[in-house]
Design a protein around this ligand. Structure first.
Ligand code: CA
Length: 746
């Protein structure tokens, strides 16, 4: 009796508690982290915790609970998209049958190494759980090379869908599936309908958008399915997706103008089918790269991909014999069949062949692919023995050549736009390979959080309004403070402008005078312009003069932030004159700091003279980790006279192969008495170390320090033509793997 009445009492008490819970929480609406923690402690299957609308700052949300298959426990926003998690914040979940939805992470970054983690400790993992309709927008650590992961999926049977991830600026994978314990293997996760928005070039390894596994667990099965996701300009690095485990499926994803490739970096038995790569002829856009065993690549559509080498449209790699787990496994029994490749430049076989990577592909096939392009009439590059790849039924347009004897036929170039706006070959060819309808498997609008726009506005210079700036002292500084992104500050022709304060560039802005007499700008500070995080600067038709600069060593005209920048900047100098940077020694034109990165630097139609420092010293990443300071540099139709330092000094060290740049063009320019100063440690007028593409043409050196080349790994392309060197030393290079034609020494 006592026992029974005890049970009765307990039941009664439980009912009371449940009633009071229902009342207290009214659906468990919580307004503070304390209320959240209290609510989490008492959750039952079927419960909800609702975060109140508003901004939650500096909160570490730990959602640990046990739901049931038919009664999941939900953590949701009061209204989707109206709960903002900001500051030093993150979310960890563990248990089972949990659903998270409606949150927006912005204006901050995680204090730990993950923003959303499917575990609360090493052994407390989430299983059968879901994160959906959630946003992470530029929630990036300000330290560019501090690594974190935005979303890390552990456990098994989890789903990550309809989420929006935009603009990761610091190093580290956007979304990672982790296999680091037994409890996360053979996980069967589903990653679908997510919108991966633009990610800037990182200028280093570690900019992957999606990684599944790591080399250490790469011979384990993950069995993760990645389908119907939209990758929109996810640049980062060479690997958009790095599959590093077995049994994964990539189906029906769209890659829009994304630099890099879907890489089967480690692991076997991967299926890559019905994915659409739309390069639209943008630089460094790539397709699919096969490494390892039993990989199947079929029915993919690849358009307008310009990448070469490891970022070609289709790549089959060479491997390393008895490869260590972290190197390149030989390609064995793999297929690359029934794909359509249109207006793309490169297909590379036995790629990466070198002394170490000497194991050629075996037991593999390349069949029934339709390849049509006039942009490169020799699209195939064969680096080694490909007798282990069988070729059958491939079709090439008749203008193109292929160095493979069997398995290719020719057809007229028959590419037209179909009803879905995609460039397709003749229907007979599509039918011949059984491709089916050529149509995007998912539209951008079907992906991502439903409340969040897919527009990630990249503001370009001169896209905003124009503000006239009167000549005088600090009028530029005031105008900058009042400017909006994309604005142009229009200076008076011939007007004199003095800066007694730093001119801070915090967003894209143009400072110019109309063609005619240049406005002249002088500064009393150690630097004229400071490019802060988010800043981008164009200077046009200005005269920059150092006559008022302080009498101290180390001045500069333009400086980046001294601190790490997690957003890339660009700099353009057009039709300018730069004089008298000589009040003291080491007066540079541009001074950059570590952990900063320029998407592009352009100097055109500009004269620079009488400078005691260097023009562009982009050599601040010296640890040989493959990190560098600039992606694209161009110097065009410009003259440099009496420059004691180097005009350009670019350094990218190490043996990393996961980046695209630096890419440098020098043309139509003159270098007179440049690089000869005793403080110029490079002893070069132009020094390029580890540059990946270098084109120098139609330029002249007079009484200058030599040009120095240090060619490193990555098969750099170096072409020099039509140059004249007067009283200037010969080109110094560490090897002769560069092209030079029509060079005259006088
Ligand atoms: Ca990588």
């Amino acid at each position: 009796m006592r026992i029974i009445s005890g049970l009765h009492l307990t039941t009664f008490f439980l009912i009371l508690v449940l009633c009071s819970c229902a009342n207290t929480y009214a659906g468990n609406l919580v307004r503070t982290i304390e209320e959240f923690d209290t609510a989490i402690a008492t959750l039952e299957p079927g419960d909800e915790v609702i975060l109140a609308n508003g901004t939650w700052t500096d909160v570490e949300l730990k959602f640990k609970a046990e739901g049931m298959p038919d009664k999941p426990i939900q953590l949701k926003a009061e209204e989707p998209g109206k709960v903002f998690i900001t500051g030093q914040s993150n979310l960890r979940i563990s248990g089972s049958y949990l659903v998270v939805s409606g949150l927006v992470f912005k204006d901050g970054y995680t204090p730990t190494s993950e923003v959303i983690s499917f575990r609360t400790s090493k052994n407390d993992l989430a299983n059968n759980s879901r994160v959906t309709n959630t946003v992470i927008d530029r929630f990036s650590n300000p330290e560019r090379h501090d690594t974190d992961t935005w979303v890390a999926i552990y456990g098994k049977n989890n789903q990550f869908d309809h989420n929006t991830m935009i603009g990761k600026g610091n190093r580290g994978v956007t979304l990672a599936v982790r296999l680091n314990t037994e409890a996360s293997l053979e996980n069967n996760h589903v990653i679908e309908y997510n919108y991966f928005g633009p990610r800037e070039i990182l200028g280093s390894n570690g900019g992957e958008t999606l990684r599944i596994g790591t080399s250490h667990y790469s011979r384990e099965y993950s069995n993760t399915v990645v389908r119907n996701n939209y990758f929109d300009r996810t640049n980062g690095e060479l690997e958009i997706i790095s599959s590093k485990s077995c049994g994964n499926v990539f189906r029906g994803n769209v890659f829009f103008e994304s630099q890099g490739t879907l890489t089967m970096r480690h692991g076997h038995h991967t299926l890559v089918e019905n994915n659409y790569f739309l390069g639209n002829r943008k630089p460094n856009t790539g397709g699919i790269r096969i490494i390892n065993e039993y990989q199947t690549v079929k029915n993919n559509y690849l358009y307008g991909l310009t990448g070469h080498r490891f970022r070609s449209a289709l790549v089959i790699m060479n491997g390393v014999s008895n490869s260590p787990i972290n190197r390149y496994n030989q390609v064995v029994d793999s297929e690359m069949n029934n794909n359509i490749v249109i207006d793309s430049d490169n297909i590379q076989l036995a790629a990466g062949s070198d002394e170490e990577r000497s194991a050629t592909p075996i037991g593999s096939s390349m069949s029934n692919n339709v390849i049509m392009s006039k942009s490169n009439l020799n699209p195939f590059t064969v680096y080694d023995d490909i007798s282990g790849i069988s070729f059958e039924g491939n079709v090439l347009n008749e203008e193109a050549d292929v160095p493979i004897e069997k398995g290719f036929s020719k057809a007229p170039y028959s590419v037209t736009e179909n009803e879905h706006g995609l460039r397709v070959p003749a229907q007979s060819l599509i039918d011949q390979i059984g491709f089916g309808e050529v149509k995007l498997p998912v539209a951008k609008e079907e992906t991502g959080a439903d409340f969040y726009p897919h527009v990630y506005k990249v503001v370009t210079p001169q896209s905003g309004g124009t503000r006239s700036v009167a000549a005088g002292t600090n009028t530029i500084v005031e105008a900058l403070e009042n400017s909006k992104p994309g604005d142009t500050l229009l200076l008076e022709n011939g007007g004199e402008y003095l800066l007694t304060k730093y001119a801070a560039i915090r967003h894209p802005v143009t400072i110019k005078s109309e063609s005619g007499d240049k406005a002249v700008v002088r500064s009393e500070k150690s630097s004229f312009f400071l490019i802060e995080n988010g800043g981008t600067l164009d200077l046009e038709n200005l005269w920059i003069d150092g006559a008022e600069s302080p009498d101290q060593a180390g001045n500069s005209v333009i400086s980046t932030s001294k601190y790490s920048m997690n957003r890339n900047y660009s700099l353009a100098i057009r039709d300018c004159r730069v004089t008298n940077l000589d009040v003291n020694h080491s007066f540079d034109f541009l001074k950059v700091y570590k952990n900063t990165f320029a998407d592009s630097i352009e100097i055109s139609n500009t004269e620079m003279s009488n400078i005691t420092g260097s023009i562009l010293s982009l050599d601040k990443e010296t640890e040989d980790l493959g990190i560098y300071n600039v992606e694209n540099l161009s110097i065009e139709a410009s003259t440099f006279t009496d420059v004691q330092g180097s005009v350009a000094n670019i350094y990218r060290g190490g043996t990393d192969e996961s980046t695209f740049g630096p890419i440098v063009v020098v043309k139509g320019s003159e270098f007179t008495n440049t690089g000869m100063g005793a403080r110029n440690k490079s002893e070069a007028s132009l020094k390029f170390h580890g540059v990946q593409k270098l084109h120098i043409s139609n330029s002249e050196w007079n009484q200058s320090a030599p040009l120095e080349l240090h060619l490193t790994n990555g098969e750099p392309i170096t072409a020099i033509r039509d140059i004249v060197m007067k009283d200037t030393g010969e080109i110094r290079a560490n090897n002769d793997e560069y092209k030079i034609e029509n060079a005259t020494y006088k």
